[in-house]
Design a protein around this ligand. Structure first.
Ligand code: MN
Length: 213
């Protein structure tokens, strides 16, 4: 079976400056994201060992570790592509993003309302977590989720398409305790074309959840 691997960054460490410093990007990708990849692989090995030995004393911890590390890997893999040095602005003004812009307006009433909700959700995360824009397939709507750690407080089946990392490691070297300043600055580097691609892909793979018995 394939194991998880750390994806390469789609840009140089300095590509998102001054919104995010090169030092943060390097540490965040090369150390933090890498640790989640290793954690997911290590946990899969430990689960294989548990099956082999029929030794289930650590099952609760192992399942939690798998959810944590795998979700960390998934969210960071999206995060890097959600950002670009040429990003920002409102999606309506970006080529090829009209369908996503319409969905945001339909789901949240306005872009301003959506932006305020995602900013607030990310900036007020208690402890470690994320603010996430996700496609929810049962309603066909977009929703904002405030994710605990990497894996908690999410709606099952929803697909994250725009993720704001609100862990301290994402901003502290540069923004210190001003998490809200960091989240507000993040809007300057959003890669709307990437978010729009993810929206289209999420919409097209929802049938499995909608299957009737
Ligand atoms: Mn992170």
């Amino acid at each position: 079976m394939p194991v998880y691997t750390l994806p390469e960054l789609p840009y140089d460490y300095s590509a998102l400056a001054p919104v995010i410093s090169p030092e943060i990007i390097e540490l965040h990708h090369d150390k933090h994201h890498a640790a989640y990849v290793k954690g997911a692989n290590d946990t899969l090995e430990q689960l294989a060992e548990a099956r082999e030995k029929e030794s289930w004393g650590s099952i609760n911890g192992l399942e939690k570790n798998l959810a944590f590390h795998l979700s960390g890997h998934v969210l960071h893999s999206i995060y890097w592509h959600n950002m670009t040095g040429e990003g920002g602005g409102e999606p309506l003004a970006v080529d090829g993003v009209g369908e996503l812009a319409d969905a945001i307006t339909e789901s949240f009433g306005s872009f301003a309302g959506f932006k305020a909700q995602l900013t607030k959700a990310a900036a007020t995360t208690q402890g470690s977590g994320w603010g996430v824009l996700a496609y929810e397939p049962l309603s066909g709507r977009l929703v904002v989720e405030q994710v605990y750690d990497h894996q908690g407080n999410v709606g099952q089946g929803s697909t994250p398409i725009l993720v704001f990392d609100a862990w301290e490691h994402a901003f502290y070297l540069q923004y210190k305790n001003q998490k809200v300043d960091f989240i507000e600055a993040m809007w300057q580097v959003v890669n709307w074309q990437d978010v729009a691609r993810r929206y289209a892909a999420a919409k097209s793979r929802t049938d499995v959840l909608l299957l009737a018995p």
